[in-house]
Design a protein around this ligand. Sequence first.
Ligand code: NCD
Ligand code: ZN
Length: 346
Amino acid sequence: MNRLTIVTPDDWHVHLRDSPYLEAVVADTARQFGRAIVMPNLLPPVRTCNEAMAYRDRILAALPANSGFEPLMTLYLTDNTRVEDIEAASESGCIHGAKLYPAGATTNSDAGVTDLANLDAVLETMQKHRFMLQLHGEATAPEIDIFDREKRFIELSLERIRRNFPELPVVFEHITTRDAVDYVLASDACLAATITPHHLLINRNAIFNGGIRPHYYCLPVAKREHHRQALVAAACGGDARFFAGTDSAPHSKSAKESACGCAGIYSAHSALELYAEVFENAGDFGHFESFMSKNGASYYGLELNQGTVTLERREWTLPDSLPYPDSELVPFRSGERLRWKQVVDA
Ligand code: NCD
Ligand code: ZN
């Protein structure tokens, strides 16, 4: 097979940042995806409808001319999120969920939720409106081993959310473990999960290959090989509860290559091609289109995109770096060869 045409896909988890970084990255996402769930972890975070709508306007203004890309906005939950904010968001038509970052879990999560019990009224309201909860699923207690944080989150928090709010639709984002795959498979229709291209392509060895490799560091951190294999089986296996979410998270080269480098991998530059490589390695493109373009839309209750995108089998080399304000941006697998390339109309 040398050519693949699929319904235009969506990215169900992306970080687009804000000006001037937004302008440097948004075209990459808009070139490949019809829509994307845009993370709200700006500084300060996007906490209210007004903030989300203003951010949406900035994204639309930063898009290349004639782009039909639609940003799907999210709210950032804090200990102080008000029920009224959720009600307004669920009626907005532009805001497609609220994101739970356990406080301290990742980049710009200091304003996140310190205790789930603080969110009971908010989650009750979300359940009532069937308003999506997006989860950064990592337990943050400092004594928990970093490689166990996702598994512990399932036990300590996700179980509680599912038990107390069984009809709340939840996306367990950027899952990294066999435990998470199994948990989703054993759940009902109110739980789904996104999987990133990097967690499908690397295991934790990549972070330490011959020295410390900051461009392979993200949160949740990549796990052992058997976890990666479980993710590949989930992505390629056709279960509609798994879909693409890149978690593309740009940080400048200087912020990554530092004594305390930021967490985040920039995959938006070639996300489609990276996912295609995963399915090709697995030897089966049978569920590629559903994973990329259908499962997520159906879970979010949205129509499929109208257009299509095409990939062709053609080797190319990823750039070493991309332009980024005051620095450079190093894409995932920079300088390496990829086997698929998106065909972009001239
Ligand atoms: C994200 C970021 O940089 O905003 N980083 C990451 O490693 N994925 C935050 C997140 O989604 O955890
Ligand atoms: Zn993220």
